[in-house]
Design a protein around this ligand. Structure first.
Ligand code: MG
Length: 185
């Protein structure tokens, strides 16, 4: 069994007249989050945490903002690609913890709903999803929503473990060869 951690961060600017979507959930608010996609700051931070945990790049490397295909995109597709990448690497999610920083709306009344939706997307129990929010005291970022996310992954299969063991043995072998002096010059 092996573990990985991942960390992700994102921010989006509030914009009047745009629907607000956070954690895959539509929230009633005067402003939404501007962005090339649906501006779901929380799912973007979680996507980057998942990709980072398996060193698979970041959300922009899979979904470049310059690509018109992702204009107004539902950010659930970003999470789904990140879940595919961690599965390819032989991992699954253990838990995720997040903190959002935004002046409004209050997240607490929606936290249970957000936890349930994020849990569904990450195929874990709601008890394994942390949703926290703070107001931007003294940071001057009332016009933005910011999200931080950390994830823990665990390896999933015997095959994955064997692959890792093989890679480890290979590197030990090359170290041994280098020490013996018959390695690559
Ligand atoms: Mg973003």
């Amino acid at each position: 069994m092996s573990f990985r951690i991942g960390y992700g961060y994102d921010s989006h600017e509030f914009k009047a007249g745009v629907p607000l979507v956070i954690g895959g959930v539509s929230l009633q608010h005067t402003h939404g989050l501007a962005g090339h996609s649906d501006g779901d700051v929380l799912l973007h931070a979680i996507t980057d945490a998942l990709l980072g945990a398996v060193a698979a790049g970041d959300i922009g490397s899979f979904f470049p903002p310059s690509d018109p295909r992702w204009k107004g995109a539902n950010s659930v597709i970003f999470i789904e690609e990140a879940m595919r990448q961690i599965a390819l690497a032989g991992f699954r999610v253990v838990n995720v913890d997040t903190t959002m920083i935004l002046a409004a709306p209050k997240i607490v009344p929606h936290a249970a709903h957000l936890r349930a939706r994020v849990a569904e997307l990450l195929r874990i129990a709601p008890e394994c999803v942390g949703i926290k929010a703070k107001t931007p005291e003294g940071t001057g970022t009332d016009n933005a929503a910011i999200a931080h996310a950390v994830v823990l992954l665990e390896s999933i299969s015997v095959e994955a473990m064997l692959r890792e063991a093989e890679a480890e043995a290979d590197s030990e072998l090359s170290i041994a060869r280098a020490i013996d002096g018959d390695g690559v010059q």
